[in-house]
Write a new protein. Structure first.
Length: 342
């Protein structure tokens, strides 16, 4: 079978790019695979039996989305909301008429009226209320998702075609725990907590920092690293300073996948919290579990499907910060006992 595989690849700063790079290695022995990782490549659909499109909610996937509309195939929906992607393809190109058309196609007259207000700069785009998935779902020959939650999201979006749930791949990376600890200036016994990925508020970073501040009072030598690209509108460095955590928390910024995995391996506890969710799965979570790390997740979306004995689940809402603190205290205490025993 001849398969055209569409996805951004590293060095694109996208978790889907890293996921696709790993997936390609497993697919190549099974099919005749050709990779299309950017808009510069010419695609002749007559040369292939099927095209596989990996679609995510950011500008890296613009060419994937546009090609999938021109030449329908199987779409891997990594998220149930594509509004940011559509905004990149329309507003950022100065094509407001196209943006208005897409909003109306997705949500009718009310969505278009709201989009008119966006155009006048009266409000920001309704990213949460208008998911912008209808057009690609109507053209798809089939859809692949990574969770039962996402399958229900596709059905809620009125997609009636074939929809396969294929769990997100779990690959076991190699990580030099002590080597990366030494790189951070830490010894083997210092408790280390990590937050990974694009550093946006939905990762529950403020809640995590407040809980961590309470932990530092009990375990003064505990450290935290935040590995990922900071969001320009989220003042994480000033937040750390205002909480008095500058000596305990470091923002390492974006890291290539080899370093990203190395820092994962250096941690004792990984926080993989998020709210809201648009059905995304997390490569960081799977890598963390593959490395045998203690992981906390928010009890929502696809993350709620993981068995209770695999990761600790934190309900979003009242008591969230308290539970993050209690879990951190428990996990760090256990890590210290294991470290002393070894």
């Amino acid at each position: 079978m001849r398969v055209a595989f569409f996805s951004p690849l590293p060095p694109a700063r996208s978790g889907i790019a890293d996921y696709s790079e790993a997936l390609i290695g497993s697919l190549k022995p099974l099919v005749d695979l050709e990779i299309f990782s950017g808009p510069h490549q010419t695609f002749d659909p007559s040369r292939f039996d099927i095209a596989l499109y990996h679609v995510g909610n950011n500008g890296y996937h613009g060419y994937v989305y546009e090609t999938a509309l021109r030449h329908p195939g199987v779409v891997v929906m990594h998220e149930s909301n594509l509004h940011h992607l559509i905004a990149d393809l329309t507003i950022k190109r100065g094509d407001w008429d196209a943006y208005l058309r897409e909003c109306e196609f997705e949500g009718g007259a009310a969505a278009r009226e709201f989009a008119e207000r966006v155009r006048k700069l009266e409000v920001g785009p309704d990213y949460d209320g208008v998911p912008m998935t209808r057009r690609i779902l109507e053209s798809a020959r089939g859809v692949v998702v990574h969770s039962r939650f996402m399958r229900e999201e596709m059905r809620s979006a009125k997609y009636t075609g074939p929809c396969a749930v294929i769990p997100h791949g779990a690959w076991i990376p190699q990580a030099d725990r002590n080597g990366f600890r030494h790189k951070l200036g830490l010894d083997e016994l210092t408790p280390l907590v990590g937050v990974f990925g694009f550093l946006k508020p939905y990762k529950r970073i403020a809640e995590s920092l407040r809980a961590f501040r309470r932990l530092v009072r009990l375990v003064p030598n505990v450290k935290m690293i935040l590995v990922g690209e900071p969001h320009p509108e989220f003042p994480i460095e000033s937040m750390i300073r205002s909480m008095g955590l500058s000596a305990s928390v470091r923002v390492l910024g974006f890291a290539p996948i080899e370093d990203f995995v190395g820092y994962l391996g250096a941690c004792d506890v990984v926080l993989n919290l998020r709210y809201p969710t648009v059905g995304e799965s997390s490569g960081t979570l799977l890598r963390s579990l593959g490395l045998g790390k203690a992981v906390m997740v928010s009890e929502i979306g696809s993350f709620a499907e993981f068995p209770d004995d695999v990761c600790l689940k934190v309900p979003v809402g009242p008591g969230e910060e308290d539970l993050i603190f209690e879990y951190l205290n428990l996990l760090v205490s256990r890590a210290r006992r294991v470290g002393r025993a070894s």
